[in-house]
Design a protein around this ligand. Structure first.
Ligand code: SF4
Length: 114
């Protein structure tokens, strides 16, 4: 039996997932999906910053546009840390496409015009 707190909505239901992936403690179907995912292949969004050549700022905020396996967070961070971009950059610009083949892009989360 594994225990998780569902983070899909602010209610924060306390989930229990047994060895047969039966989920209890959830108040809705989304919690069941979350509990099974956490027990089998936990994923996370990654947020960070990268160096930017700009007149305005020195670090550009970035994030994954899809969740990635939790076990690959350090690998993805290593790729993010290699990045250095030059302004202008627009919000949602793809800075790394399909990072490490995980099906998620690294995107800018703000616009920097110069
Ligand atoms: S199980 Fe449903 S109601 Fe409970 S925290 Fe998750 S999403 Fe919210």
């Amino acid at each position: 039996m594994r225990k998780f707190i569902c983070i899909v909505c602010p209610k924060g239901c306390h989930l229990e997932v047994d060895d047969q992936l039966k989920v209890t403690g959830n108040s809705c179907k989304r919690g069941e999906t979350y509990g099974i995912s956490e027990a089998t292949n936990p994923v996370r969004m990654v947020t960070s910053t990268v160096k930017i050549k700009s007149e305005l700022i020195t670090r550009l905020p970035v994030r994954t546009d899809q969740p990635i396996p939790k076990s690959r967070i350090f690998d993805v961070m290593a790729e993010i840390n290699k990045l250095e971009v030059t302004a202008p950059v627009a919000i949602k610009d793809v800075l790394i496409a399909n990072v490490l083949g995980l099906g998620s892009n690294i995107i800018a989360t703000r616009t920097v015009e110069k």
